[in-house]
Design a protein around this ligand. Structure first.
Ligand SMILES: [Zn+2]
Length: 96
């Protein structure tokens, strides 16, 4: 439930700072930035690890032709971007 600004201040769900215009269960601006930064760090680590494993698997399984290597590289890059996006969303939802 969002209250009108100036009517009442609601505490941040993480740090407890009272902020006007905040809904119950929402985070203040500082906490949102902190959560986004943490989620970005974790998603980068997770996606790099997953991509390294995927690249190793693909490198050992593919025939050594230039076309196969090109498509494998494209696939690995796409996988990195997708895993990073998914991990970012998941970490952001599950961190307080
Ligand atoms: Zn806060």
């Amino acid at each position: 439930m969002r209250l009108s600004p100036g009517f009442a201040e609601v505490p941040c769900a993480r740090c407890g700072t009272f902020v006007a215009g905040l809904a119950f269960g929402e985070f203040c601006k500082d906490c949102q930035q902190l959560r986004a930064r943490r989620a970005s760090q974790w998603s980068r680590r997770i996606s790099l690890a997953v991509t390294a494993l995927c690249a190793f698997y693909v490198a050992t399984r593919l025939p050594p032709t230039p076309t196969a290597r090109l498509w494998a590289g494209i696939g690995v890059v796409i996988m990195y971007l997708m895993v990073r996006r998914i991990a970012y969303t998941a970490v952001l939802r599950h961190t307080k």
